[in-house]
Design a protein around this ligand. Sequence first.
Ligand SMILES: [Zn+2]
Length: 199
Amino acid sequence: MDYPDALNKLIESFMRYPGIGKKTAERYAFHTLHRFENEDIADFIDSLHRVKEEIKPCEQCGHLTDDSTCVICKDTRRDQTKILVVETSRDVIVIERSRSYDGLYHVLDGVIAPSEGIGPEDIRIKPLLERLRNDDVKEVILALNLSDEGETTAMYINRLLEKTDLLCTRIAYGLPAGGNIGYADVVTLHKALEGRKKY
Ligand SMILES: [Zn+2]
């Protein structure tokens, strides 16, 4: 037997999230129905709208922001000679929380994945190269995940930088199995950055 239409729709909406199966979606839907006040619902709807309307990539580094440039790029006290390259905005947040790094970032928005038809032109490599024309930049630190795609992407970028005067380093991988930066703890990240090596 099916639920009434509105409840069904809500369950289906929750099931769009990764890792949320039918049972969890049902629990969320019932929680919404029984526990949320009208104000909570209004807040929820408002957040959903705002996240789509206000959040966009920083024009410089690609990190998510609600302004044209992000707070990191705006902060002139940060070391402008280093750019740390990551796959996603989430990696930026994790590294920032570890307080191990004071330079700039560049978010690639993915990795080169030939099997999925994702080439270098599909991620933010070109904007990275444009930023590197700035004389202030001396070092590019690659902090990509230890997947096949992460390795391919790191190799690709390193090859592009070989002809330049820029120092290309990569973080040391004492990272957990799978080498996913998003799941590394503060101490591990700190060590990974401290122990970075020339590519
Ligand atoms: Zn930025």
